[in-house]
Ligand binder design. Structure first.
Ligand SMILES: NC(=O)c1ccc[n+]([C@@H]2O[C@H](COP(=O)([O-])OP(=O)(O)OC[C@H]3O[C@@H](n4cnc5c(N)ncnc54)[C@H](O)[C@@H]3O)[C@@H](O)[C@H]2O)c1
Length: 506
């Protein structure tokens, strides 16, 4: 997400000298709400790790139910003043947040690299994307308009766009700063107050963000609660939270939908994907090879909802493309120390994730897919010893019924399918409950438009892959989500419409 996962090519190349980790770490490890730092009431602190070497970094607070309720009440208390803040002043505050975020982009990026394992160069781009989102939604504030509706001689109608109240933003681990800062932008712009729940695995950059935003937003407007399922469940079920959103897995989406049901709370979900890239025989070979290789997001070990992890190659180009993709991937993605600017591929987030992904690789082998690249932990480099690294992995000869073909692996594992019959291929493409993204490579516009219409996905690229564009709706079909982000639609979704009828009878 979110603007997550824009692939490396679409991002500005940023050359920055980095501060030290010690300079970047947050000084606060507690819960941020009501404009202050609070110790968890049950004294719960949990280890947070560096996935690049498997070492514990520190202990971070973990919000319980009481803490979460206190934060919700604080956000609710701040709501009337924030919603009444004149639009231009709200916009100015958000632009100031964007500016301080840019000033701190290096330390935030370094923390994300340290705590998620994603290469720091990409995390720098993430911080800048988040700042751009704050600016973008600040700029849209004047667009929150109602309309007048003609009535009869004795009356007329008009509508008002009003904020909802407290909004909870629960985010995934793969892009903490981009999700935390970027996703607070739309609800704040619309006049809501926000509680961000950082990912359990990587809370450090969000705590730092709370530190640098403390002087920007009035108390209670932005709140940051490190925590896990208990905190998330309380946010999803509390009556004062007027909308709950998730960037995360389908499983968690279902849990949140259930917790939100009792208060009939609206939700916004950006969930998982098992996305298809479809290559026709007439595709531009060079673009296709780069697209397949980069669309898998090996840079952050495939941990991206938008990764095109199922690649459908036409029989006539299959062997040539596969060869070239394997060469490209081997040359461009090498596991390395996440906090170094030159690193092109990071580890997966945790030991548990490493075991899960290696399990998928084993199942691929056992079910008869052909391992053509990677498939194991890298060896021989002491600098990444102890980290949760897995080589970029490619399977060919993948069949639709295999586990690696059906389940979201959320790791650096690509599956290649060979096709000859277009209708059968499209059936396989759509034979999944996921429906986030898809990518189509062909030089024929009619073919592209026909397949665009047939593919069941919320975001479709033609002759490219991975890119996100601010202002362009992003979101999933089927179980990949509900609602659209990164656009005006996202901001409207944090408002409610009031209709007013005025009698002018004399
Ligand atoms: N569509 C998108 O834009 C997008 C972007 C990034 C990641 N994702 C998806 O996220 C998943 C990987 O991230 P993850 O492992 O952090 O996901 P996850 O679902 O395990 O966790 C996401 C968040 O939900 C919280 N959570 C867990 N249980 C909860 C509960 N019962 N109630 C409320 N909150 C709860 C977690 O603490 C975390 O903050 C993948 O499926 C990936 O595709 C989607």
């Amino acid at each position: 997400m979110g603007l997550a996962r824009t692939n490396a090519e679409s991002r500005p190349l940023i050359t920055t000298s980095l501060p030290s980790i010690e300079q970047s770490l947050p000084t606060q490890k507690d819960l941020y709400y009501a404009g202050g730092w609070h110790k968890p009431r049950n004294g719960d602190y949990r280890d947070t790790f560096n996935p690049g070497n498997g070492q514990v970094i520190d202990k971070i607070s973990h919000a319980g139910v009481d803490d979460t309720v206190a934060a919700i009440e604080a956000a609710n208390k701040a709501f009337p003043t924030w919603r009444a803040t004149p639009p231009q002043q709200r916009a100015a505050t958000m632009r100031k947040a964007a500016t301080v975020l840019r000033e701190h982009a290096s330390d935030l990026a370094l923390l994300d690299a340290y705590n998620t394992g994603n290469p720091v160069a990409e995390m720098l781009a993430d911080a800048n994307v988040a700042a751009a989102q704050l600016d973008y939604f600040a700029g849209l504030i004047p667009m929150l308009k109602g309309e007048t509706i003609p009535g009869a001689d004795d009356h007329f109608h008009y509508t008002l766009r009003e904020p909802l109240g407290v909004v909870a933003r629960i985010v995934a681990f793969n892009h903490p700063v981009m999700f935390a800062a970027g996703k607070m932008a739309a609800p704040l712009a619309a006049g809501n107050t926000v509680i961000v729940k950082p990912p359990e695995q990587a809370p450090l950059s969000c705590l730092r963000l709370a530190e640098i935003f403390a002087d920007v937003f009035p108390p209670g407007v932005v709140n940051v609660l490190p925590g896990g399922g208990e905190c998330g469940k309380t946010l999803s079920s509390h009556r004062l939270v007027r909308k709950v959103t998730l960037i995360g897995s389908v499983l968690t989406g279902r849990a949140i939908a259930r917790s939100a049901a009792d208060t009939l709370k609206p939700t916004l979900f950006e969930l998982g994907g098992k996305n298809a890239l479809i290559a026709f025989p007439d595709a531009d070979m060079e673009k296709l090879v780069v697209g397949i290789s980069r669309g898998m997001n090996f840079t952050w070990a495939g941990q991206s909802c938008g990764s095109t992890s199922r690649v459908f190659l036409h029989d006539s180009i299959h062997d040539e493309v596969l060869d070239k993709v394997v060469n490209y991937v081997k040359a461009n993605f090498k596991p390395g120390v996440p906090t170094e600017m030159a690193t092109t591929m990071g580890p997966v987030i945790s030991k548990a994730a490493e075991e899960r992904v290696l399990g998928y690789i084993e199942s691929g082998k056992q079910e008869g897919a052909k391992l053509v690249c990677g498939g194991r932990k890298p060896d021989g480099d002491d600098k990444i010893k102890g980290g949760y690294f897995i080589e970029p992995t490619i399977f060919s000869n993948v069949k639709p019924e295999m586990k690696i073909a059906r389940e979201e692996i959320f790791g650096p594992v690509m599956s290649i399918f060979k096709w000859t019959d277009e209708a059968e291929m499209l059936k396989q493409v759509n034979d999944t409950e996921y429906g986030l993204t898809a990518s189509i490579y062909t030089r024929d516009i009619a073919t592209a438009q026909d397949v665009v219409r047939k593919v069941e996905a919320g975001f479709v690229w033609v002759n490219q892959v991975g890119r996100h564009f601010l202002g362009v709706p992003f979101g999933g079909y089927k179980e990949s989500g509900g609602g659209r982000e990164e656009s005006f639609e996202e901001m409207l979704s944090f408002t409610q419409m009031k209709t007013v009828n005025v009698s002018i009878a004399r």
